[in-house]
Design a protein around this ligand. Structure first.
Ligand code: ADP
Ligand code: MG
Length: 402
């Protein structure tokens, strides 16, 4: 099996998917902007360096020329901005994979909602917006509060909650560079993910993770220590309802083989509402959390699924897994960490990863990466204890910078 894998270097977890492909016996031809380091090189049979991975037309032309005369079996991508590039290349090269039309349903948030709603599922009222006039008339339909965001966004970039006309006036200048947006009814509720590995649209692995607080709040308020909690027990009624919503949404959108990452809401009245879905794995350590939940390697299982059509990992869920991202107070370099010793004294056996930046290290840009100034991952078979650890790490540990 010879595969072209777009962007094996970035985001960082793409290295793991590259490793997975090599481990299941695929010859991996990477395409990226920049040079792979020696470790990544070990998993690559070939590498094409392109000037800009996000220049879709250029990448398609270069890859097409590069693979001409070679037999390639698949073009693969696990990074949101490249899933369409991969689909277009597969169509152009006559290779199997999701069609351009199916992938469009996973990229365009309005089309996505129309297709999911057509299957009888609850989605936020929404309208596509191409101008300021469009936005005002969309707000007549959605009412306030509403969410305004790019039609094909990621990581909550340029996403705003507006509660009044004055709020809209305030965000307009910041939305000016967004060519196409969507205006949605604001859904108040808890926010969860539904993540899968699928073979021909049928999930062979499923996982649900709760965001605390909701993704938009974690990405827009620096003082927050974002928590993600992978839920061990998927048989609770509200979680089951989210999973059912996810399965139906995937079938409405024509999912193929690979990983998906969906977000959904549970309102105070218990209703489950579709948020969005991507035909690629979740970022921000979501795959790591799933791996810790079941002690498996989904980087490799994804690779097995897309190359051999088989999934071989156990699906037994052993733990609730939590991750807490920390942001230091102050600017510059990390100068100290308070509360970490106490956290270790209390929970040491359950801590599985600690990447908190230590004194002397420069702070990261929390807006650019959810990884922030590092994170802690921990797990426990009982949700109450996993949740207790999450709250303790979020509220009891503080990094300082100066
Ligand atoms: N209709 C909505 N109601 C409530 N919150 C929303 C809505 N749309 C988006 N959000 C919030 O904004 C975040 C980012 O929006 P999303 O559609 O997931 O875009 P992205 O592609 O940037 O992840 C969501 O995770 C959620 O917290
Ligand atoms: Mg999202």
């Amino acid at each position: 099996m010879r595969v072209v894998f777009l962007s094996p270097r970035y985001p960082p977890e793409m290295r793991q998917f590259t490793r997975g492909l090599a481990e299941v016996g695929a010859e991996v031809f990477g395409v990226g902007d920049g040079t792979p380091d020696p470790e990544l090189r070990r998993y690559l049979t070939g590498y094409l360096e392109v000037p800009s991975l996000l220049d879709e037309e250029d990448v398609i032309a270069r890859v097409h020329a590069w693979v001409r005369g070679h037999s390639i079996d698949r073009v693969l991508a696990n990074w949101e901005p490249l899933v369409m590039t991969a689909a277009r290349l597969n169509e152009r090269l006559g290779l199997p994979g999701m069609s351009v039309d199916a992938v469009r349903g996973f990229r365009d948030k309005q089309l996505m909602k129309e297709r999911v709603a057509a299957a009888g599922l609850r989605v936020p009222r929404a309208q596509r917006v191409r101008s300021i006039a469009d936005l005002w008339s969309a707000l007549e339909v959605t009412g306030y509060p509403a969410i305004v965001k790019p039609i094909s966004g990621a990581g909550s970039a340029d996403t705003y909650k507006v509660e009044s006309r004055a709020d809209v006036q305030r965000i307009l200048p910041q939305m000016r560079h967004v060519a196409e947006a969507i205006c949605e009814e604001f859904i108040a509720g808890e926010e969860y993910t539904y993540d899968t590995v699928c073979i021909d649209g049928v999930p062979v692995y499923e996982s649900v993770t709760q965001y605390l607080p909701n993704a938009l709040e974690m990405r827009s308020q620096e003082w927050v220590s974002p928590i993600m909690l992978s839920v061990r027990d998927l048989d609770q009624p509200h979680i089951r309802a989210g999973i059912e919503l996810g399965r139906k949404a995937m079938s409405a959108l024509g999912m193929g083989s690979g990983m998906t990452h969906m977000e959904w809401f549970r309102t105070a009245s218990g209703e489950v509402v579709f948020g969005e879905i991507a035909c690629r794995p979740g970022g921000a350590c979501v795959v790591d959390l799933m791996n810790y939940t079941s002690d498996i390697d989904l980087f490799r299982e994804w690779a097995r699924v897309v190359t051999h059509g088989r999934f071989e990992a156990p699906t037994l869920r052993k733990y609730n897994v939590g991750i807490v991202f920390k942001r230091a107070q102050g600017q510059g370099r990390i100068s100290g960490i308070a509360g970490l010793t106490e956290f270790y004294d209390r929970y040491r056996p359950y801590i599985v990863e600690d990447t908190l930046l230590r004194p002397g290290t420069p702070r990261r840009d929390w807006k650019a990466t959810l990884l922030s100034d590092g994170y802690l991952v921990f797990r426990h078979p009982e949700m109450a204890i996993a949740r207790e650890m999450a709250i303790a790490a979020a509220t009891g540990i503080q990094l300082y910078a100066s």
